[in-house]
Design a protein. Structure first.
Length: 327
């Protein structure tokens, strides 16, 4: 498509579940089939060995770059993260830019595209050097940065930055004006949303195009026209259960129900039947941390997905405190 030769697509991956790596593989194939070999592709790995990540991702298109980002959290940001590294999601800033001279599209590993959303197409075809891209969410969840983000819900699973956009300057400026200690995924998502707005209102990928997909409302249990962001798929286990089953098992069931349709849309050249049995069967894994991204996290974001209140009566607060915009 027009503009693909100036595009770089990046992903961040850590110690996630096998289904999280399966989603990464599908996300990379989906992007490659949309943007072709003219674009560049990179995976930033943290917390696990690079070769292990490559092996778990499986067969991928030629030319995907793999980069160890474990030690690349910017030093100025570290002072603003609590000991849990903002629930493990600070890794989205490691590094701040991977393709600084290109239109850089960041996708969560569990965000899979099979058609180009209108906002991304317009962003690439118009080539505005100041315009960013964000994704719509089902609920506005910005943590301590909420006053700076406006009322419209935004999700951190899709982020588009134009060439030369100084994300470091935007983030530094925000933190200088708002010296916040970030303690949750909501804070990280709010920081990102506020930083993108510093260059004006971003183009927005609509939730009808890329659904925020999980079996727990207000998430949507179906695929969008252009893709789906499978919230919670990275988690091995949650801290709460529903109907006697861990929440991760319900997430897994939702994935398995939609999985064949995703393979048909992405067509990665390998059927689900040829993948390891652990991708499709068995109970939720119990080892590792819940968000699967930072082994030091002591308040995993996965536990903040919308637990039914009758099953989780000790939780207090609003739905926005229980449900991150991205899990």
């Amino acid at each position: 498509m027009r503009g693909a030769d100036s595009l770089g697509v990046r992903w961040t991956i850590g110690d996630v579940s096998e289904r999280g790596f399966e989603a990464l593989r599908l996300s990379i194939w989906g992007a490659w089939k949309l943007f072709g070999p003219e674009a560049r592709y990179g995976v930033c790995v943290n917390s696990i060995p690079l070769e292990r990540a490559r092996e778990q991702a499986g067969s991928l298109p030629d030319g995907v770059l793999w980069h160890d980002a474990t030690h690349e959290i910017p030093s100025f940001l570290k002072a603003h993260f609590d000991e849990g590294m903002a629930e493990g999601v600070g890794w989205k800033f490691a590094p701040l830019r991977f393709f600084p001279d290109r239109f850089e599209l960041s996708l969560d590993n569990d965000c899979i595209l099979w058609e180009v959303p209108a906002a991304i197409r317009e962003w690439l075809e118009e080539g505005d050097p100041a315009r960013c891209v964000a994704a719509e969410d089902v609920l506005a969840c910005f943590g301590q940065f909420a006053p700076l983000c406006g009322p419209e819900p935004r999700n951190g699973g899709i982020r588009g930055l134009p060439p030369g956009f100084d994300l470091e300057a935007a983030v530094r400026g925000l933190l200088k004006e708002n010296p916040i200690l970030m303690a949750s995924e909501l804070d990280e998502q709010g920081l990102q949303a506020a930083a993108l707005q510093r260059s004006g209102e971003p183009l927005v990928v609509k939730v009808e195009e890329v659904t925020i997909c999980s079996p727990f409302p207000p998430h949507l249990p179906y695929l969008g026209r252009c893709g789906a962001h499978f919230c919670g798929l990275n988690a091995r286990q949650f801290s709460w259960s529903l109907e006697g089953r861990n929440a991760a098992e319900h997430i897994r069931d939702n994935w398995l129900r939609l999985r064949d349709a995703v393979y048909e849309k992405v067509s990665p050249g390998e059927s689900p039947a040829r993948l390891p049995a652990s991708y499709v069967s068995g109970r939720a894994e119990t080892e590792g941390n819940a968000d699967g991204n930072d082994t030091r996290s002591n308040r995993p974001e996965a536990d903040r997905i919308a637990a039914p209140r009758e099953e989780h009566p000790e939780e207090e607060g609003t739905l926005s405190e229980l449900l991150p915009g991205r899990v």
